[in-house]
Design a protein. Structure first.
Length: 709
């Protein structure tokens, strides 16, 4: 595995390099002279173009059934070469925008040294945590990662079939997982996927700063970037596979380019706005609602010649549909409706038809009196945690939402259109947050992440308003710094020992460099060599990281969590047994009463396929073919055995919650000792080996001793 992990790390770095180069060159092509004249707009464009390029190539290959990393990397490299040749033909300096962006970034960060250090600390802490720990958050394990891992093994994008709750989530838009695929495919592992959404966190911050500048914050727009980047609900969720940072970043970037396009109709701004809207719409149903709300407002508020704008509008619309419509069209073809509504099971009711459309049952609007009485609403936004939760909310700066609700009133009439666009998106997101998402019990704490885009725009608007109203630099910087310090304190409610040790090592290095002028001079003169050596060391260290992650995976699932506590502790020992002894044999996973977590059975390097095997003779792999999309109907033990053979399963993993019995497959397997051998069991898990798998391969059927984790 040493060489495999070494190659995986190198391929991951190469893939990310080509993604970055492609985004850079696309942004340069789209913005043309603006790429040099406006470094902030160019930085936002490069990150957004990189995300759109990854999405477009991933969707194309996925729907063609050709989604393999070697093909994807070849297309990326080809795209970069074509763009590079096109750029060189223009006769301009291809790398001038990069140099100017780097210089401007250094200058801006140098104006805010304390906030920059706080941000670097937060990124380092969450990034190291992400490298040292497996994915731990609930939705990541429940459906985000099973979807992308299944695509990776199958080489195509299609609805992922399973019992509840995957019977519904398998039909949800998954553009964010198209992006995450690029972080898993090169190494065929989960080793780096916790870092996948940090580029979008950077995009979110820059887009917030860009919107603030468009609204009039010519000097202090970086404050908006710092405020949203360090919001605990952003930086903590950036290290998970939740797609809310991705959605918030793309919608904020779309708002930025829409503001520019409203002021002056340029092709680059139109296409980038359309790409941002499409990426948001294709990643979450709420993102679709946000995009459909932002686009018409931009059209209504735009002024100037529509002769120029019409072609740009059609091109932007085409991008929106291509990047955002694939999963909705896929659902229509599968027969579940564009939103997968035929398989939507609302908690607390038997069928979705009895639920009022707006507000939905168990939403904030439905339960606001009870939530106010219990203090949940205020606690969720302020970041108060409850037992088993580190979701952290927004923190004290959430109160900046209040002046943002009156944003258009703070601008002169001639400049109000830009403020109206920003205000409209904040208002729409808040309205949907109150009326649509399930928020009962502790869910409201996690749901604050749905407002990441609105929070970014709100901070941008308030910073711009403060600068326009003449608030002094000292007050603006002081308040922002105080808020960021509070964010940092809340963010570190819990941090693993390994992260603390790694940060301590960096601190020691910083002290040594501070006391040594020669080291500082050496670093300035040899920074290229040092950067190259660091990259080489990181690649060489990848196998040791992989070895640690494999060994530590069971303990982490048993004892740790990232944003909120999950039920993985009940199943961690069985997953660890599979990691030790499961090899590459595929696993049929069935849970009682539902299967929340199939993904961890796949292993760190996705060496096993984890599937749901039907219990009926119909064996349709499309959930909508069953009543209420529940495939567990018409149970037939013989049909189940035939389906196990058809799926080429070696392991049968049955799990349950402690107070609930095992699923019916347990009794069926126990009744056939000639076909099933118990290899592992504890209070909540049983792993059977399906003997025909061995027979098919001519292996010994001698029972191996069960091994405890």
């Amino acid at each position: 595995m040493f060489l495999v992990d070494l190659l995986g790390a190198a391929l991951t770095l190469i893939t990310l390099l080509f993604l970055g180069l492609g985004g850079y060159l696309l942004a340069r092509l789209l913005l043309r002279e603006e790429a040099v004249r406006d470094p902030l707009a160019f930085g936002i464009a490069a990150l957004l173009a990189m995300t759109a390029e990854a999405g477009a190539i991933g969707l194309l290959l996925g729907k063609l059934g050709l989604r393999r990393i070697e093909i994807g990397l070849a297309l990326l490299a080809g795209t970069v070469l074509v763009l590079l040749r096109t750029a060189k033909r223009s006769g301009e300096d291809v790398w001038a925008p990069a140099r100017l962006l780097g210089q401007r970034l250094r200058d801006r960060l140098g104006e805010y040294p304390a906030m920059t250090l706080i941000s670097l600390h937060a990124v380092a802490a969450e990034g190291i945590r992400g490298l040292l720990r497996p994915p731990l958050s609930w939705d990541s394990l429940m459906y985000h990662l099973p979807i992308v891992a299944t695509w990776l093994r199958d080489g195509r994008i299609a609805p992922v079939f399973g019992m509840k709750p995957l019977h519904f989530y398998g039909y949800q838009p998954a553009g964010g997982m198209v992006w995450a695929w690029w972080w898993m495919a090169p190494s065929h592992s989960e080793l780096y996927v916790n870092l996948a959404f940090f580029p979008q966190a950077a995009l979110l911050a820059l887009a917030a700063g860009g919107v603030a500048r468009e609204l009039g914050a010519r000097r202090h727009w970086p404050l908006a970037a710092f405020l949203i980047f360090l919001a605990p609900t952003v930086i903590r969720f950036a290290a998970t596979q939740y797609v809310d940072v991705y959605v918030g970043a793309t919608i904020a970037a779309a708002a930025f380019f829409a503001l520019r396009w409203m002021r002056e109709p340029r092709w680059g701004d139109a296409l980038l706005a359309g790409a941002g809207l499409g990426l948001a719409a294709g990643s979450k149903v709420l993102g679709l609602a946000y995009a459909l709300a932002l686009a018409p407002v931009a059209l209504v508020l735009a002024r100037g010649s529509w002769r120029q704008r019409t072609g740009q509008l059609l091109a932007a619309l085409a991008l929106l549909v291509l990047l955002g419509g694939v999963f909705y069209a896929q659902n229509v073809a599968a027969g579940v409706g564009p939103l997968g509504a035929k398989c939507d099971q609302v908690p607390g009711v038997e069928t979705a038809e009895v639920v009022p459309s707006i507000p939905r049952i168990n939403t904030v609007a439905y339960m606001w009196r009870d939530m106010l009485k219990k203090g949940w609403l205020l606690d969720a936004f302020l970041g108060l945690t409850h037992p088993g939760s580190l979701e952290l909310g927004t923190g004290p700066q959430v109160f900046l939402l209040l002046p943002a609700l009156l944003l258009p009133l703070g601008f002169p009439r001639v400049e109000r259109r830009a403020a109206l666009l920003v205000w409209s998106q904040i208002a729409v997101q808040l309205f949907l947050w109150f009326t649509v998402p399930y928020a009962s019990s502790g869910h409201v704490y996690a749901n604050v992440r749905y407002l990441i885009g609105a929070l970014a725009l709100a901070f941008a608007g308030v910073v711009a308003l403060a600068e326009r109203r003449g608030v002094s630099d000292r007050w603006l910087r002081g308040i922002a710094l105080a808020l960021l310090v509070q964010d940092l304190l809340m963010l570190h409610a819990e941090m693993p020992r390994g992260v603390r040790l790694a940060l301590a090592a960096f601190d020691v290095l910083a002290v040594v460099v501070a006391f040594s002028p020669r080291l500082r001079t050496f670093g300035r003169c040899r920074w290229r060599e040092l950067a190259t050596a660091t990259a080489v060391l990181l690649v060489l260290g990848a196998p040791y990281l992989a070895k640690f992650r494999v060994a530590d995976r069971g303990r982490a699932f048993l004892r740790e969590f990232t944003t909120h506590q999950t039920a993985t502790r009940h199943f961690a020992r069985a997953w660890h047994w599979l990691d030790l002894y499961g090899g590459s044999g595929d696993v049929a996973v069935v849970g009682s009463p539902v299967s929340y977590f199939a993904y961890p059975a796949m292993g760190t390097h996705l060496e096993r396929r984890a599937v749901y095997v039907n219990v009926n003779r119909r064996d349709s792999r499309n959930a909508v073919d069953y009543p209420a999309c529940d495939p567990r109907v018409d149970p037939d033990p013989q049909a189940w055995l035939e389906n196990l053979l058809e799926q080429d399963v070696r392991w049968l993993l049955l799990n349950r919650f402690p107070q609930i019995g095992f699923p019916q497959e347990h009794a069926w397997a126990m009744a056939r000792p000639d076909l099933f051998a118990v290899r592992y069991q504890d209070q909540t898990n049983v792993i059977f080996e399906f003997r025909p798998w061995r027979v098919r391969r001519g292996l010994s059927t001698r029972a191996e001793p069960a091994a405890q984790p």
